[in-house]
Structure formats: C-alpha cells, structure tokens
Design a protein around this ligand. Structure first.
Ligand code: P6P
Length: 338
C-alpha cells in the first residue's frame, strides 16, 4: 500500500480544508521533527547521559529529570528560527519564552509539555510529548502570558508523541485525528491510522485508585458502581488500567476506548487535580473530541474553560462519550442537591 508521509498528509489536508497554511504546516513538521530527536534521546536510556534527576525543580515544584530539560531544549531550538511562532510556553518554564530578536515572529503560539510522564523514564515505561497550537491575538505587540490564556476551543492544532515500543505522532487540525508511526530506518513519519475514533461505550477505566479515600462523592459513586460489576447498577464488569503516563493512557483510549480520570480530591481544595489545562488537558480534549469522545472537568467541557494562569491545573475526565457524560452527570446532580 502506498505510504503517506506527514508532509503529504498536511499538503492534502490543506487542499481539502484550507486550514493548514504554510506557516502552520512548517510548525507541525518542525514539532514532529523535534519529537523524532526526543525519541532518539529517550531511546538511548542508560547508554546516554539522559537518565535520572537533573537536581533542579520546575515551576510546579517538581524535581526535573534530565530528559525533561533535554526535551524542552530540543523543542525550543527546533521552533525558534522558523518565523512561524510569536512565542512558546512550556510546563518546564515559569514564563513565556520569547522568540530571539534575530529571528522573525509568526502568527502562532506553541505551548507544550515536552516530556509527560517523566516519572516513568527510569523504569522504561512509555512517555510522551503533548503540544497545543493557538493563534496569537490580533495586533499583539509583546507576547505575554495573557496572550496564551485562550479557551481550548480556540486551538488550531494539537497532538502528542509517544516514545514507547513504537514511536507514534497523533495529530488533529480540527478535521479528525490521524496517527503517524516513525519509520526509524528512514527517520520518516508514516500515516498508519486515518481518522481515529473512540468507541462511545467501554468497559475500561483509568484512575489512580490509591487516592480513592480522598475522592469527592460523585467520583466515589461512579467508580464504586463500576467496581460492583455485573450484579451492580451498571450490570457489567469493568477492567482498569493506570500507566501513570497520560499520553500512554490516552493513546490506549484513542485505540480501544475507555475513560481517563484525574479528579480534584479532598486533600487540597486549592489544587483542582494534578493535570495542567494549557498543555495537557486542552490538547488531549481537542484530540479526544475530534475522535468522537468527550472531555470535561466534571462539570463543563474542558475546551470551554477560560484559563486564568498559564500553569493552572484542572480536573480531567476524558474518553468514551457515554462514560464521561455519566460521571459528569453525577457531579451536576451532586451540585444540584447542594
Ligand atoms: P500519579 C505524569 O506525572 C502525570 O502528569 C500524567 O502523565 C499522569 O497521568 C499523572 O501525572 C500520574 O499521576 O498521581 O498517578 O503519579
């Protein structure tokens, strides 16, 4: 069967939908090329000087792994010179990264988690890169954090790469979701799964069950009903998976359905969950919705949330539409009961 490259796909998508002008195509190709470089660095493992901690902390107060910093640098350097970006932002950097004055600026803004799931690096479990593309506000002079604070529905593209048994690049530009697999011999991204779709129903859920005693009532109710299985209110048995690498859990759901949950809980009411809105929840919500799934914070569509801070966290429920709608309805019922 004729192989379709990422470039061919993007050119043909532009002909079909006129939604991938040259600058956006360059952006996506540059990010995909950077993900190849990250994949190569990740794949070295103990053979390269890439494992373990960097003995530094990021804005989240999390100890950075060497590969967190390496991946962030790869994405910054890959995207600075092209003239397609007005600015970048990253989980690993407190503030917005300005394009150096020696390069022209473009109309797009890129925000990313350069290496998500990095607690899995040292134990050789799949990890990945998540990115989101926004348009710079009209007439923006100096890129600022405020320029990034756009609801997820304004994303023009989003995607992730997984560095696992295969290296894959999953992308949406608003007309469905497509998956490319890295041909490591040629160093080429090859279209391997057109128009990914998430089944509306599922028997598989993903949540860190060690936090169960801290969950709010709607999550307790939803998970306990699944645990009750065939003889319980759901009338069927469920299975569970938790990789503790969002990209890997989401890709499983993109591939065979399921629901992924990282709820807020009673441990810290000031911290609404663990995942960040701008570079984890929003891009994954865009991808999941484009594949026929749903993504809420328990009460509203994630992509309708108006961001207030670049690194703000949000509860996440995403995946098979029926399940996301059910657990969301439990939150709304609890709110209505007061
Ligand atoms: P926990 C990885 O650190 C991450 O941000 C996501 O990729 C993952 O889903 C989650 O945290 C895992 O969290 O509390 O189970 O370690």
């Amino acid at each position: 069967m004729k192989r379709v490259s990422l470039t061919q796909y993007l050119v043909e998508e532009q002909r079909l939908h006129q939604n991938i002008p040259a600058e956006l195509r360059l952006l996506i190709e540059v990010v995909a090329r950077a993900c190849k470089t990250i994949s190569h660095a990740v794949g070295k493992g103990a053979l390269g000087d890439v494992m373990g901690s960097a003995d530094t902390e990021n804005i989240q107060g999390e100890v950075q792994k060497k590969l967190d910093i390496i991946s962030n640098e790869i994405l910054l350097e890959a995207n600075e010179w092209g003239g397609h970006l007005a600015a970048m932002a990253s989980e690993e950097m407190e503030t917005v990264h300005q394009i150096p004055n020696r390069y022209p600026r473009g109309e797009y803004m890129l925000v990313f988690d350069p290496l998500d799931g990095s607690s899995n690096i040292d134990v050789n479990v799949s990890i990945g890169t998540i990115f989101s593309v926004l348009k710079a506000p009209e007439g923006m002079k100096e890129p600022s954090e405020a320029a990034f604070l756009q609801p997820g529905r304004q994303q023009v593209a989003a995607g992730y790469a997984i560095y696992g048994p295969q290296t894959v690049f999953v992308l949406t530009t608003g007309h469905g979701v497509n998956c490319f697999t890295l041909d490591r011999e040629l160093g080429a991204w090859v279209l391997t799964h057109r128009n990914m779709r998430i089944p509306e129903s599922t028997k598989e859920y993903a949540i860190n069950a060690s936090n169960a005693r801290h969950w709010h009532a709607p999550v307790q109710r939803y998970v306990n009903e699944m645990l009750a299985g065939k003889t319980g209110p759901r009338g069927k048995d469920f299975n569970t998976r938790w990789i503790a690498s969002m990209v890997a859990d989401v890709h499983r759901i993109m591939s065979r359905g399921g629901i992924f949950m990282y709820p807020a809980d009673m441990r810290d009411t000031s911290m609404p969950g663990k995942l960040r809105l701008m570079y984890e929840a929003n891009p994954m919500a865009f991808i999941v919705e484009q594949a026929g799934g749903a993504a809420t914070d328990g009460r509203q569509r994630i992509m309708d949330i108006q961001p207030h801070k670049l690194h703000q966290r949000v509860p996440v429920f995403l995946g098979s539409k029926e399940e996301v709608e059910l657990v969301t309805s439990y939150h709304l019922q609890a709110d209505a009961a007061g």
